[in-house]
Design a protein around this ligand. Sequence first.
Ligand SMILES: C[S@@+](CC[C@H](N)C(=O)[O-])C[C@H]1O[C@@H](n2cnc3c(N)ncnc32)[C@H](O)[C@@H]1O
Length: 261
Amino acid sequence: MKTQNGNIDYTKYPLPRIRHHANPVLYFPLKQHKGEKLRYPPLIDRLDWNDVFANGEAAKYLDVGCGLGKFMLETAVRNPGVNILGCEVRQGAVEWISKVIAGEKIANAKALWYSAVNGFGFIDDESIEKIFYFFPDPWIKRRHNKRRAFSIELLGEFHRILEPDGTLYIMTDVPEADKHQQEILAEHSGFSYSYVADEEWDLRVRTNQEEFCMRKNIPFIRMVCRKNKIKNSFKSLLSSIFSRVFTFIIISFLNIFAFKP
Ligand SMILES: C[S@@+](CC[C@H](N)C(=O)[O-])C[C@H]1O[C@@H](n2cnc3c(N)ncnc32)[C@H](O)[C@@H]1O
C-alpha cells in the first residue's frame, strides 16, 4: 500500500541477491574497453520519451547512481507531475526498481541500466531541473580518483543538460570524493556551490545511503551546486577584456590631452 507521503511498502517486492559493488570496469566509459567481452550496460544514443514515461514528456529530474531507487521512487510518488529518470550500473537493482514501478503503477519514474560515465547524449541541452548525485563513488582513496565517475567531462554534461537555473545536489560520506568533487567543480567553474546543513536541504525524501549514514552516525556532506548563467571563466574573460579596453581609453586620453606639448 502506497501512502500519501510517498512511502512504498517494499516488503511486497522481495529483493534478489544483488552484489554490493558492480564490476569496476563498469565505472569506465565503454570506449576504453574495446575488444573485451563484458556484461556492460548498453550505450544509449537517443530516447523516445513516449517509451519512457506515461505522459510522453522528457525527464525533469535525473538521479545518477540511483541504487535501489528509494529516493527516485518516493520523489516520483510525491511529485506526480514531474518525470524522474534514474541510472544505475547494477542490472539487478534496475530490474527490481522496474518491478516496484510496475507494481505501484508509478507512471513518472524510470530506471535505466546505464553507466553515467558514458555521458547523457540522449538528454537535451538545458532540459533538466535537478540532478541528484548521491554517494555513487565507492572508492575511498585519493589514488582512486581516476576511477570516479565524477570528472570534468561528467560535470560538463551536467552543466549542458541543466536548465539555466538548474541545481545539482551532491551527497557523499567519502572525504576524498568530496575533495575530488570540489577540485572538479573549481576547475569547471560553471557552478556556484555551497555546503548545506540538513535544515537547509530542500529535498524531503531521504536516500537509502543517507538513512544508513544517519542510523550509523557516519558523517557525510550535502552540497548544493547552482548552474551559473555565465561560466565563471567566461565572466573573467569579459572582465579582462573590459579592463584592457578601459586602460586603452585612459592611456589614449592622457596621450591626447595630458601630454600635449
Ligand atoms: C552507495 S550506492 C547509493 C545509491 C543511492 N544514490 C543512495 O543514495 O542510496 C551507489 C550507487 O551508484 C551506482 N553507480 C556507481 N557508479 C555509477 C555509474 N558510473 N553509473 C551509474 N550508476 C553508478 C552503484 O552501482 C550504486 O548502486
